[in-house]
Design a binder for this molecule. Sequence first.
Ligand code: 5RP
Length: 221
Amino acid sequence: MEAKRIAAEKAAAYVQDNMVVGLGTGSTAYWAIEYLGKRVSEGLNIRAIATSFQSEEQARKLGIPIVQFADIEQIDITIDGADEVDEQFNLIKGGGGALLREKIVAAASKQMIVIVDESKLVGTLGKFPLPVEIVKFGFEMTMKKLGKLGCELRLRMKDNEVYLTDNGNYIVDCHFGSITEPERLHQLINLIPGVVDNGLFINMTRHVIAGYRSGNIEELV
Ligand code: 5RP
């Protein structure tokens, strides 16, 4: 927790007055939202767009003004976590189920700062199962086609029910073991009818902040 918190605090310090800020989702982004809430209570003037109902609720409770896409031209900075980060800053995201909104927000941002603890830094992506958001209609067929890409896959469940994203879709967690060509895999997955998007984030960030259990912080740019 401490490693995530210190990375989040460092990232939150990049936010300046009058910025539109993208708020990520997950236990690391949680800390960034907490720090931003503290800074807002001290007078920082920002507007924010959240990547999940959960983050939006947290931000509202902290007094961070929430806006919608209709209210803005673009997002100045987005701070979000990741499940894996490789040396080229390609990411796996979506462990928390928010990958679609996270990608829409990241793609609308001038810069995305990724905050992680040291355990998320990997040489090759794929040990963490890749989350893929799919529509309910025909999900059995969509899963068959995903399986043909060479992964072991599982429909995400929660409390004995099929897990639903904030967009009302399903998530399939696809275990590839090793993803040697992330860009190609990203394209192949998104070509399957029924797939909404997948958790590979390619070339979406050039700034990663990693917190270490030792208390050190590493900024990778
Ligand atoms: C949610 C995400 C999260 O950023 C990712 O799962 C990392 O979560 P955490 O910070 O809790 O380790 O992509 O969809």
